[in-house]
Design a protein around this ligand. Structure first.
Ligand code: SF4
Ligand code: SF4
Length: 258
């Protein structure tokens, strides 16, 4: 007997063959999130000047959101950027920085490391990454069954009951923040800890960061300090030219960041 997921996948394959991808995309089920925060507009503020790469945020996220600790899958991670005096740009994120950056050597491949001496470094910094909760999210547009959807308060969620694991959203996200959950066999990603923010709590990573490098705010509230910062100070977003309208704002976003 076919499981519901296998059945939907088979139906989609049939429809896709007959009508093409554009028609499949029209098979969308819309749901609304039952949030207490209907009028909120959630946004993140990440301060790269404050991040020290300790990885407490990554650990906290895994524990809070049922992401396997050992698996190479993570809803958030921290990248280390090193610009050498020779002009080389080295970037790594060993295990997503779950254990911090315990080695000064930069991991360039699975078993490839590059030793970088302090006097070689022109500039070094850390950049936490997470889902940008795009206002114009390509991942939502491509999901053929509406398992990925946007709430009224601006958070993009994945409904595990509906996801068929086709992976279209993983391919469509220009930020590489989605992954295939190794246990649930569905698409997964950061959701700003929606179960927490809907109840007036902070996301796990925000609470875990000892340096205040991660903050969440409500853009619909003009007196929210995060909103005031975003509206009045110099902040940047990732890949702005893609037109996705990311809702994760960065302080001190260096031009080298990808
Ligand atoms: S960052 Fe990727 S997964 Fe998150 S909303 Fe944007 S496109 Fe979707
Ligand atoms: S917990 Fe804070 S300082 Fe530590 S890596 Fe995460 S964002 Fe950076």
């Amino acid at each position: 007997m076919l499981t519901r997921r296998a059945f939907i996948r088979r139906v989609l394959q049939t429809i896709s063959g007959a009508l093409g991808a554009a028609s499949v995309a029209a098979v969308v089920f819309r749901r609304r999130a039952a949030a207490n925060t209907k009028t909120a507009r959630w946004a993140f503020l990440v301060d790269t000047y404050k991040c020290v790469g300790c990885g407490f945020c990554v650990k906290a996220c895994k524990l809070e959101n049922d992401v396997p600790y050992e698996a190479n899958a993570t809803r958030t991670w921290v990248e280390r950027y090193i610009l050498t005096k020779k002009g080389e740009l080295l970037i790594d994120t060993p295990k997503g920085a779950r254990d911090g950056f315990i080695s000064p050597n930069v991991q360039l491949g699975k078993n490839t490391y590059r030793e970088v001496k302090p006097d070689e470094i022109a500039k070094a910094f850390f950049v936490p990454k997470l889902c940008n909760q795009c206002e114009n999210p390509p991942c939502v547009q491509v999901c053929p069954v509406g398992a990925t959807y946007q709430t009224e308060d601006g958070v993009v969620l994945v409904d595990r009951k509906w996801c068929i694991g086709c992976g279209y959203c993983i391919m469509a996200c220009p930020y590489g923040v989605r992954f295939f959950h190794p246990v649930y066999r569905v698409a997964d990603k950061c959701n700003f800890c929606y179960h927490r923010i809907s109840q007036g709590m902070k996301p796990a990573c925000v609470e875990a960061c000892p340096f205040g490098a991660r903050l969440i705010g409500d853009l619909s509230n003009p007196s929210d300090p995060v909103t005031q910062y975003i509206m009045t100070q110099r902040v940047g977003v990732l890949k702005e030219d893609y037109g996705t309208k990311p809702q994760v704002y960065y302080v001190g976003l260096s031009k080298e960041v990808r």
